[in-house]
Design a protein around this ligand. Structure first.
Ligand code: DAH
Length: 371
């Protein structure tokens, strides 16, 4: 027998005493079904509610239908009062049940202070950022300040003011990623992703008269296909020193010292003639292979030397561009040197990383080795 087809108790008569006895039996029924109720189960509480108060099939409705219909007029009020009391009783039990069930839900959510805490694992500095900071701090110790510049740059700062002639093939060697829909602007205002950090040399000099000693770390972008040694985004540290009587010897001494700080005092440097539009003379700097000490190994392709950076004396034409805003950069009175190095390549050498993609893949198993 299910709850809904329980028989309706029979009434012996309509006196108050008889009605009280009949309702007392129903009250006991309410109490015993409430006592049997599993208050932690929302379904069981709902079933209890439907069993007693359901509008169509509820037991109160069935009993009231049966009794009220048969009742003589003078008994209807007595019946009504008792029904209301019975209904209030059912509702009170329902309230008890639902507060018990929400309390048990709270219990389930409560914090168990006996459980061990959640350990937060310490992050590790990314090998690129670590290398970049190391390079920057070597120059800071020599009195250099640190600057930054925008990654979305104009043709003027990225090329023109650095003495790249328009349509000169040197522009192509940098595989520039350009911003779309710039064709209607004059060439110099067109936006592109900077291909090197050198434009910040110009921005720095435009902002302050000489002397200048600054390093500029940052991201650069080129339209290169990714492989083990190329990434379309990589990092450079640019350097610029301008003052009276700055010579190529200063450049050599500064970079030789920086390389010894970076790779150890046994490392030697050598300077090869090169070309950059913004320096004259220009040089490529090689360091003796820190892996084999210069004897020749796979890392240095058996030459004993590894090429690491470009540099040179600032071309007077570059000062000419800067002078439009800062007349103090008079190439007859001042001179300077500049250099630029690839941070990714240096990080790969320092940490023995053979694929540049590992620096950008975000693989924790790789990164946590540097903690
Ligand atoms: N900007 C050059 C490049 O990305 C590197 C460079 C060479 C920077 C010589 C310099 C420099 O400041 O003097 O290839």
């Amino acid at each position: 027998m299910t709850m809904s087809d329980q028989p309706i108790p029979s009434l012996t008569g309509w006196t108050e005493a008889e009605l009280d006895a009949a309702f007392a039996a129903l009250m006991r029924e309410v109490e015993s079904s409430a006592a049997a109720l599993d208050a932690t189960s929302a379904e069981a509480v709902e079933a209890f509610r439907l069993h007693w108060l359901g509008r169509k099939q509820g037991r109160l409705k069935a009993v009231s239908d049966a009794w009220l219909k048969a009742a003589p007029v003078e008994a209807k009020k007595l019946l009504g009062q008792r029904f209301n009391a019975l209904k209030a009783q059912v509702e009170a039990r329902l309230d008890d049940a639902s507060s018990a069930s929400s309390a048990s839900a709270l219990d389930a959510e409560a914090i168990d202070i006996t459980l061990p805490g959640r350990a937060r694992r310490l992050g590790a500095e990314h090998p690129l950022i670590k290398t970049l900071n190391e390079i920057v701090s070597i120059f800071q110790r020599m009195g250099y300040s640190v600057g930054v510049g925008p990654e979305v740059e104009t043709d003027y700062y990225n090329f023109e003011s650095l003495n790249f002639p328009p349509n000169h093939p040197a522009r192509d060697t940098q595989d520039t990623l350009v911003v779309a829909q710039q064709e209607r602007k004059p060439l110099r205002d067109r936006l592109l992703m900077r291909t090197h950090t050198s434009p910040v040399q110009i921005r720095t000099m435009e902002q302050q008269p000489p002397p200048v000693r600054i390093v500029i770390p940052g991201k650069v972008h080129r339209n290169d296909a990714a492989d083990a040694t190329h990434s379309p985004i990589f990092h450079q540290v640019e350097g610029l020193c301008v003052d009276t009587n700055i010579t190529f010897s200063d450049l050599k001494g500064t970079l030789d010292h920086a390389m010894k700080e970076l790779f150890g005092t046994s490392v030697k440097t050598r300077f090869f003639p090169s070309f950059f539009p913004f320096t004259e003379p220009s040089a490529d700097v090689q360091i003796s292979c820190p892996f084999c000490g210069g004897k020749g190994c796979r890392k240095c392709k058996h030459s004993g030397w590894i090429e690491l950076l470009g540099c040179g004396m600032v071309d007077p034409a570059v000062f000419g561009f800067v002078q439009q805003k800062q007349p103090g950069y008079d190439p007859k009175k001042i001179s300077g040197f500049a250099f630029g190095m690839g941070v990714d390549r240096i990080a790969m050498m320092k940490y023995g990383i053979s694929d540049i993609g590992l620096l950008y893949g975000g693989d924790q198993r790789f990164l946590e080795q540097f903690g």
